[in-house]
Design a protein around this ligand. Structure first.
Ligand code: NA7
Length: 534
């Protein structure tokens, strides 16, 4: 007999874990399928040396339980990967989540049975369960991008990817290591590997803006003050465009209204605050290309002062607008290039051509390597979803519906796919915010929705094509007012060869959350609801 659940959740990362909790709170039976051997998603897989969250720990945490947020003590301004995994384990234990999670179980296919209003969920092992609802919490940055470089199989040393880092320690001391990629993962792993490796070659295609994290032990006084009114702290953060960092100043005025000296002073002040706060120094940095160029130039000046070799400093200086690719937050990144055993290899002018048995060949020459580390990112936002064979009404494949890019209503539902919810999906703020806030908003919204459907005898909920169409226009219209779509980023899918270029996340958390709340309050406007027996 096929086992049946009210809800199946795909993924036991931070989104899936909260969704499990919310669905239980709504009185529903739940099964979570997780590909990894343990919980934590991003923090389970990305175990590379130096891995650390670039959102402050007091904010990168769950807010669904006052007891949880009171009892957990963070140790640093930014939590390391092991600390977050300890937090995840604590949450799993505290809320007894494990009994509903099946690990080592990637989901292969989801098929909708329209007459029954049920999904059949098939795992890669071939097991099947049925569920009234499916929530996809498979991760925005979980489908690994491994570049297809010829000769990989011939390499005699070890090939690693930051997002599939082994559980056992990796021996790098005395080795010649090559790192490909200089996004957020590269910026974290490069200084850590430089501590151990005999020689380090950094293969850079596009320089990224790296802002100093200014990580430090968390001030116990600050932690206590936040805990004294955690609800207020959360509410203030949720009102920010990026859903966070409300305790820092924001200057909404134009950079063009001040003198050059005042501008520099403001940039210096916000640079000194650390993390992405520099982008808060003026209100038009992310909407006006000329304003953005001023802050870009300020950062390039910093790079020139830190990096001793002018040629290397020039190569490390990004050309694209600041923030159109996600800014990196690092510790000692630029300083690493002053170390004598670290070499920057420009693979924009001389691309990687081949991996040989003992190294990497670019158009400019060969570098002997013992280990190659790919920090080449992810097929973001859609990769994990399209990795599952999802078929909706009339056996419609999601991959066909999304052939020209993802289309959703609120990043929560897709026409033709009833009773299927995407958490932090394309069309929602997700990666442009503190993910934990985005997760909280989606998990509570979906949890409330499931309860509403049960209370009102509704068997199926499905986004309407009209609502999806209108939402797609709004996502584009809001993004069009910013500089986000102005360079080849993973927000646009531009990092994956052949992927359709569509700006995927929604810009502006508070407006989004308000729209979702209004949709729910209005009886789920934009969704077609089918009553039981109709
Ligand atoms: P990112 O930000 O996508 O960075 C990937 C890096 O790898 C980036 O520098 C890419 O250069 C580079 N890359 C990708 N493919 C290649 C090839 N074939 N050759 C050379 N270089 C390549 O991924 P991360 O893991 O660092 O960060 C992802 C997010 O995770 C991050 O934003 C945070 O939200 C957490 P490119 O820029 O494409 O020229």
């Amino acid at each position: 007999m096929t086992v049946s659940f009210d809800v199946v959740v795909v993924g036991a990362g931070l989104a899936g874990l909260q969704m499990l909790h919310q669905a239980r709170e709504a009185g529903l039976s739940v099964r979570v399928f997780e590909a990894g051997a343990g919980p934590g998603g991003t923090w389970y897989w990305n175990r590379y040396p130096g891995a650390r969250c670039d959102v402050e720990s007091l904010e990168y945490s769950y807010q669904f339980s006052e007891e949880l947020q009171q009892e957990w003590e963070w140790t640093r301004r930014y939590a390391s990967q092991p600390e977050i995994l300890r937090y995840v384990d604590h949450v799993v234990e505290r809320f007894d989540l494990d009994r509903d999670i099946q690990y080592d179980t990637p989901v292969a296919a989801l098929t909708y049975d329209e007459p029954a209003c049920r999904w059949t969920v098939r795992t890669e092992a071939g097991d099947e369960v049925v569920a009234r609802f499916v929530v996809l919490a498979a991760g925005c940055l979980s489908s690994v991008n491994m570049p297809d470089i010829p000769g990989r199989e011939t390499f005699s040393g070890e090939i690693l990817h930051t997002a599939r880092w082994p559980h056992e320690p990796v021996e790098l001391s005395g080795k010649r290591v090559g790192v490909v990629g200089t996004g957020s993962s590269g910026v974290q792993v490069i200084p850590a590997i430089a501590e151990e490796a005999k020689e380090l070659y950094v293969f850079q295609r596009t320089a990224a803006y790296t802002l100093p994290a200014r990580d430090q032990p968390l001030d116990p006084g600050l932690q206590a003050a936040v805990k004294a009114d955690y609800a207020g702290f959360r509410a203030r953060n949720n009102a920010m465009a990026t859903a966070g960092l409300s305790r820092y100043p924001t200057n909404p005025s134009s950079v063009f209204l001040v003198s050059a000296a005042e501008r520099e002073a403001a940039f210096e002040y916000f640079w000194g605050l650390g993390g992405p706060l520099l982008l808060r120094s003026f209100g038009d940095l992310m909407s006006d290309a000329a304003a953005n160029e001023l802050v870009a130039d300020f950062i390039r000046g910093k790079i020139r002062r830190i990096v001793k070799d002018p040629g290397v400093a020039e190569l490390l200086s990004p050309k694209q607008p600041v923030g159109c690719k996600r800014v990196c937050v690092g510790t000692g990144y630029y300083e690493t290039f002053n170390r004598p055993h670290v070499r920057l290899v420009d693979v924009a002018s001389a691309p990687i051509e081949e991996i040989t048995p003992d190294g990497m060949r670019t158009a400019a020459g060969t570098h002997g390597l013992d280990t190659i580390v790919f920090a080449t990112g992810f097929d973001a936002m859609t990769g994990a979803l399209l990795g599952i064979d999802i078929r909706g009404r009339d056996a419609l494949p999601l991959k066909d519906v999304w052939a020209d890019g993802p289309r959703t209503y609120l990043g929560l539902g897709v026409p033709g796919f009833p009773n299927l919810f995407t958490m932090t999906g394309p069309g929602s703020p997700s990666v442009l915010t503190n993910m934990l806030v985005a997760i909280h908003q989606h998990a509570t919204w979906i949890g409330d929705c499931l309860k509403y459907l049960a209370d009102h005898g509704i068997a199926a909920i499905e986004a309407t094509p009209e609502a999806e169409e209108a939402w797609g226009l709004r996502v584009n219209e809001v993004a069009g007012r910013t500089l986000f779509p102005s360079c080849d980023s993973w927000y646009l899918g531009a990092n994956i060869p052949g992927k359709k270029r569509v700006f995927m996340p929604f810009v502006g958390f508070p407006a989004y959350a308000q729209t979702c709340a209004e949709v729910a309050a209005g009886g789920y406007q934009g969704f077609a609801l089918t009553r039981t027996g109709t």
